[in-house]
Design a protein around this ligand. Structure first.
Ligand SMILES: Cc1cc2nc3c(=O)[nH]c(=O)nc-3n(C[C@H](O)[C@H](O)[C@H](O)COP(=O)(O)O)c2cc1C
Length: 198
């Protein structure tokens, strides 16, 4: 298993109660194996400063279609796992494609499951965009997060123009034209956490 990558359950890599580590949950809106958004998040794991752990969540397909009737005292397993991951992180980094000018259904579905449960409230979030064209979904996603009382950090919500470049995480992290924007996003996001938790 790749160190720092969230694979199936929560807390596989480090002690969840170690308060010296700042945890960023990175959520990929694409399920595609060769996803450019996933590559961007892989790059974020490589560029994370010492003391910051970025764990990638790409299991959006584990959550069933949102149905309030299923949201009982014992929610579906995938939902419980996602809520736990969200609860245990200090900040969230989202990178998502745009489909038909909208947010991918799996990502919106995931957000619907945490509208009422509260883990996302006041959490600092960077919404990074891997495409210069995907402006509708970015705007819609930002609006949804804002109405959910998530703290969207504007200075951390940058565009990293991958636009069909087909780079992997290491190549993005080593690219002098792309890495600085992602590093800025991370720095601003971490700064937003530290304002509240010096
Ligand atoms: C069904 C479908 C609809 C799409 N709609 C849009 C769109 O409205 N706007 C856009 O900029 N790109 C659109 N795209 C392109 C994807 O956003 C693009 O391929 C992106 O890189 C996919 O993300 P991924 O590489 O992380 O899987 C669409 C792709 C698919 C498959």
């Amino acid at each position: 298993m790749q160190v720092g990558i969230f694979e199936a359950t929560v807390g596989l890599t480090t002690d969840m109660h170690d308060r010296s580590i700042l945890r960023v949950l990175a959520i990929c809106g694409s399920l595609r194996a060769g996803s450019s958004n996933r590559a961007l998040l892989d790059a974020a794991t490589l560029l994370a400063p010492v003391g910051v752990e970025v764990s990638i969540y790409q299991q959006l397909d584990r959550l069933p279609a949102f149905n309030p009737d299923l949201d009982t005292e014992v929610p579906p397993r995938g939902v419980a796992e996602f809520r736990s991951a969200l609860y245990n992180c200090d900040a969230v980094l989202i990178s998502s494609p745009e489909y038909a000018h909208g947010v991918p259904g799996v990502l919106k579905n995931t957000l619907d499951w945490v509208v009422g449960s509260g883990e996302f409230i006041d959490k600092p979030v960077a919404v990074v965009n891997a495409s210069t064209r995907a402006t509708h979904a970015w705007k819609s996603l930002t609006e949804t997060l804002t109405v959910m009382s998530v703290r969207v950090i504007d200075d951390a919500s940058v565009t990293v123009p991958l636009d069909g470049k087909r780079l992997d995480g290491s190549e993005i992290a080593a690219n002098a034209d792309l890495a600085p924007a992602l590093m800025t996003a991370m720095k601003q996001l971490i700064g937003a956490v530290r304002v509240r938790r010096p």
